[in-house]
Design a protein around this ligand. Structure first.
Ligand code: 4AD
Ligand code: MG
Length: 434
């Protein structure tokens, strides 16, 4: 094949007519005596290509006859509109180079979900996975864009940590030379040290949870978007979280219309999130709603379970902030509400359509004695937290922060049944390969 300037399938279709050269992979093939139809995909889109026996050389026809799905090709030909073609255009091939003949591709229709996870490295090429990956990329970009536009610094905390966490039992232990270390669950304790230098910081980094739960919303390795801000109180950090979610949804609706269509996502379900303020209710109000609207009795002091979160969310079409959870069941750093000491100054953001907790955040306790007391109560070793407690000794200030599970958000935006489809290579208790 002559050296050509290749353009993407999308650019070729935008050109509408004339000679084009594209390259990619055969997505579908259909052969008859006189015609070979190849649907070729690249990262931008798919396009039907036709090879007419009477119009091409014999070697080209012979080469094309051996093409199977996922064979990589370069081709040149005339593009024109064709209503019958899957994306409305067709290229009549004049020149074709097979870059690599694929073996019979193991992915076909109607395969089991577990099998598709086994061959995720190949399934990534599917239109739905590709669409999700593009949306995921938009989401990450939008998170960076949001925080940077507000003057936040990107800050990085260690992944390998000596201890200190959200919940001890879900820490992954690692062998670190002759010591035990852990994989981080949150950047938070390090971020709290860094706000004394930078005041407004954010990150997007992997977090790890040794979750034994096999739910549609838990991964053992997930991407965590976290923020920590000096001087912020509960209302400020809630406003920041609402702005973040709105910005990400706005960007996806602007940039990923095609992908949302491929995923058959009903975008109407996302629109209220842009148009309305998110309701803010307290934990006590949530219990009241559960009782009055759903006939469910939850005792004050118990954490909300998935089923209860889902019942609450049936009442709303946007995410909802639930604030002031009981202090006793919260992480040690969440401060008491001075107005109601049994409650903590914290929030969860619950997602609509049964997506559960998207974000968890709080003010941070400034009272060193309260912190030590909570840590002791939870059976933690105070020495492990000495660097953290130092942050409360030298010019401590009010501050607050939150963490958002990026895959939880991607799952909701894309309308996916399972969080495993919101990340390219998922890790769960039972899924470690590929
Ligand atoms: O509520 P979590 O445990 O809060 C924290 O880690 C805080 N230290 C964050 C902070 O204030 N900087 O986790 C935060 C979010 C949850 O709301 C959820 O979206 C996500 O992380 N998350 C998970 N996502 C996927 N799989 C899991 N196993 C997750 N566990 C938490
Ligand atoms: Mg939480």
């Amino acid at each position: 094949m002559k050296t050509e300037k290749f353009i993407s399938v999308k650019e070729a279709m935008e050109k509408k007519k004339g000679k084009v050269s594209v390259r990619g992979w055969v997505y579908r093939e259909r052969k008859s005596n006189q015609f070979i139809f190849l649907v070729v995909r690249d990262s931008s889109d798919i396009i039907q290509c036709v090879i007419k026996k009477e119009k091409v050389s014999e070697p080209l026809w012979k080469a094309a006859e051996k093409i199977l799905v996922e064979t990589s090709v370069k081709l040149t030909g005339d593009i024109k509109e064709d209503k019958r073609a899957p994306t409305g255009y067709e290229i009549e091939v004049e020149d074709l180079e097979v870059v690599h003949y694929a073996e019979p591709f193991p992915v076909a229709k109607d395969q089991s979900y577990e099998y598709l996870l086994d061959i995720r490295h190949l399934w990534l090429r599917s239109r739905k996975m590709t669409a999700m990956l593009k949306i995921r990329s938009t989401v990450f970009g939008a998170i960076h864009e949001y925080f940077r536009s507000l003057g936040y610094y990107e800050f990085h905390s260690p992944i390998i940590i000596p201890g200190g966490a959200e919940e001890g039992p879900t820490l992954f232990e690692i062998k670190y030379f002759d010591k035990k270390m852990y994989l981080t669950q949150t950047w938070q304790l390090y971020a709290e040290a860094a706000i004394f230098a930078l005041e407004k910081i954010y990150t997007i980094a992997p977090s790890f949870r040794a979750e034994r739960s096999k739910t549609s919303r838990h991964l053992t390795e997930y991407w965590h978007a976290e923020v920590e801000v000096a001087w912020f109180k509960l209302n400020d950090i809630i406003d920041l979280a609402e702005g973040l979610v709105k910005h990400v949804i706005k960007r996806v609706l602007e940039e990923n219309k095609e992908e949302l269509k491929i995923l058959e996502r009903d975008v109407k379900k996302l629109e209220p999130t842009l148009k309305k303020g998110f309701p803010r209710i307290t934990y006590a109000e949530a219990l009241k709603l559960l009782k009055e609207k759903k006939g469910m009795e939850v005792e004050w002091g118990k954490d909300l379970r998935t089923i209860e979160e889902e019942k609450i969310m049936e009442l709303f079409d946007t995410p909802v902030f639930v604030t002031h959870y009981p202090k006793e069941i919260m992480a040690f750093y969440k401060p008491r509400d001075p107005k109601d000491p049994k409650a903590a100054l914290c929030f969860d953001l619950l997602g609509p359509e049964a997506n559960g907790e998207l974000i968890g955040g709080s003010e941070r306790d400034m009272d060193i004695n309260e912190l030590i007391g909570s840590l002791k109560k939870k059976g933690e070793k105070i020495e492990d937290y000495s660097y953290y407690l130092d942050t409360r000794k030298y010019g401590s200030v009010p501050h607050a922060g939150f963490g958002m599970g990026v895959e939880r958000l991607v799952r909701w935006v894309c309308g996916l049944d399972n969080i495993k489809d919101a990340i390219p290579f998922p890790r769960t208790m039972t899924r470690t390969n590929p």
